[in-house]
Write a protein that binds this ligand. Structure first.
Ligand SMILES: [Zn+2]
Length: 260
């Protein structure tokens, strides 16, 4: 697995779909140096669990960089929306290739908040709860599908605790949307969303322009905590490599800087 991944990372024009990065990180993995950045594109993540799913799968994170700008990338929260999986795997490598980026940014990657849903191919977790409706925002609505109270699902609690620990300056989360693609934002993120739009061609879709999302991660992170959050809605079924290439420059720009 590791050899295959490294070969792919080094190969120009790699076009196959690959699973998320290997869990075989060594002690130094995830703390790549500028020397390794100059040498190319090897980043072997050091995953560590931040919690476990209903069915006992790890919800795991890895970290890269040492900069003052703290950015959290969430690879997915709905199990049937995996169009951002390649972006999740490739973003650390892309950041490594940006001169000085590791001194600017500390990037935390959460691979997948909903590993049970991903394994089942379902939107919700193993209990059928939509984790993106399970956050302690004022608009939380108890229901069988949203949870009886905020954070009553272990996956959403794990991400909640990580966000409170990290207090990121920016959160990005990958989703997908049937028949459309756009970038949505919550909190003080309009300028970032506009820049993302200019660089990707994905239009900005304000939250009041889509269906209500009670108890969503965006409502809590953006509205309650006041942390900028961009929700990337790739088109459902879109090739994950194409999705990454379309949004790569836009993602790197907002990850690396809050300003133009
Ligand atoms: Zn979604």
């Amino acid at each position: 697995m590791r050899a295959a991944f490294v070969l792919c990372a080094l190969a120009a024009g790699c076009t196959g779909f690959h699973p998320p990065l290997s869990a075989t990180g060594g002690a130094a993995a995830g703390r790549a140096t500028d020397a390794s950045a100059a040498a190319g594109a090897i980043w072997i993540p050091s995953w560590r669990p931040i919690g476990a799913s209903r069915d006992g799968r790890p919800v795991r994170m890895s970290r890269l960089g040492r900069g003052p700008r703290r950015v959290l990338w969430i690879g997915g929260i709905h199990g049937d929306e995996r169009e951002g999986a390649v972006a999740t795997a490739q973003l650390p490598l892309a950041l490594l290739r940006e001169p000085g980026a590791l001194d600017l940014v500390t990037l935390t990657i959460v691979e997948d908040v909903n590993p049970d849903g991903t394994a089942q191919g379902t939107r919700g977790n193993a209990r059928g709860v939509d984790l993106n409706r399970n956050y302690p925002a004022p608009n939380f609505r108890p229901s069988r599908f949203f949870g009886s109270r905020p954070l009553d699902q272990p996956e959403s609690k794990a991400l909640h605790d990580l966000i409170l620990d990290e207090r990121p300056h920016l959160v990005l989360v990958a989703h997908s949307w049937r028949g459309d693609h756009f970038v949505n934002f919550d909190g003080p993120a309009e300028a970032l969303a506009q820049r993302f739009s200019r660089l990707s061609g994905y239009r900005v879709q304000p939250s009041d322009g889509i269906a209500a999302t009670p108890g969503s991660l965006g409502s809590w992170v953006g509205g309650t905590l006041g942390i900028p959050i961009l929700t990337l809605e790739y088109q459902r079924g879109h090739d994950p490599w194409s999705a990454w290439f379309e949004t790569r420059a836009a993602i790197l720009s907002v990850v690396m800087s809050a300003r133009e």
